[in-house]
Design a protein around this ligand. Structure first.
Ligand code: GAR
Length: 203
C-alpha cells in the first residue's frame, strides 16, 4: 500500500465495546486506511471509556439529554461540533443504541456505518439474536450498513452468516455472531475508508 494519511474514524458505542476494540486493534496491527481518533459513549462508565485509556485515544461520555432513544437535538448539534473539531472523516456505530437524527446525518452523509447482529433485512431492532432464536431461524449473522433515517434500513455494505444450532440459547448465538462481527466490521470500515480516500484524491 502506498503511503497515505489514514482517514479519521470516530466510534460511538453504548455497550461493552468489543466491536470498538476490534476496530481499534485492526488499525493498530496492520497499516490500514483509517485510524481511530475519538471514542464517544452515551452511557457513563461504558467499556469504550476504558478502551480510550488502554489505546491512548480521547474518549468521552457525552450526555445525550432527556430522551431514551435519541439525542436531544441541541446535544446532537454539539456532538457534530465535537466531531468536526476532532477533524473526524467518518463514524462507526458499535453497539450504539440511539437513533441518529438529522444534524449528524446531514453533517456526515453516507459516512456513518453501523453493525447489526442479524442478516438484515431480517430481525432489525433490539436483541436481534433473541428474535432469531424465537423465530426458529437456522441461520443468522451480522450486517454492516450505512445509517439513514430508518432503523437498520440503510444500504448494506457487507454481511457474514453464522449457523444456529438446536441447542443454542440467545446468549450462545450472540457470542457466535460477535465473533463474525469482529471479523467483518474492521474489514468493511477499511474498505469504506479506502474508497473515500480514492474519491478525495480525485478532487
Ligand atoms: C453488538 O452485537 C452489536 O451488533 C449490537 O450490540 C452489540 C454491542 O456489543 N448492536 C445492536 O444491536 C444495534 N442495533 P459491543 O459493545 O461488544 O460491540
Amino acid at each position: 500500500m502506498k503511503q497515505v494519511t489514514p482517514l479519521k474514524l470516530a466510534i460511538l458505542g453504548s455497550g461493552k465495546g468489543s466491536n470498538a476494540r476490534a476496530l481499534i486493534e485492526a488499525s493498530k496491527q496492520s497499516k490500514l486506511y483509517y485510524e481511530t481518533v475519538l471514542l464517544i459513549t452515551d452511557i457513563p462508565h461504558a467499556g469504550i471509556l476504558r478502551l480510550g485509556e488502554e489505546f491512548q485515544i480521547p474518549a468521552y461520555f457525552f450526555s445525550p439529554g432527556p430522551f431514551k432513544t435519541k439525542f436531544a437535538p441541541e446535544r446532537e448539534q454539539e456532538l457534530v461540533t465535537l466531531l468536526r473539531e476532532a477533524k473526524v472523516d467518518f463514524i462507526a456505530l458499535a453497539g450504539f443504541m440511539r437513533v441518529i437524527k438529522e444534524p449528524l446525518l446531514a453533517a456526515f452523509p453516507k459516512r456513518i456505518l453501523n453493525i447489526h447482529p442479524s442478516l438484515l433485512p431480517h430481525f432489525p431492532g433490539r436483541e436481534a439474536w433473541e428474535q432469531a432464536i424465537d423465530a426458529g431461524a437456522r441461520e443468522s449473522g451480522c450486517t454492516v450498513h450505512l445509517v439513514d433515517h430508518g432503523i437498520d434500513t440503510g444500504e448494506i455494505l457487507g454481511q457474514e452468516s453464522v449457523p444456529i444450532f438446536q441447542n443454542d440459547t440467545a446468549n450462545t448465538l450472540h457470542l457466535r455472531i460477535q465473533e463474525a462481527e469482529h471479523r467483518l466490521y474492521p474489514c468493511i470500515v477499511n474498505t469504506v475508508a479506502k474508497t473515500l480516500l480514492q474519491k478525495k484524491s480525485h478532487y
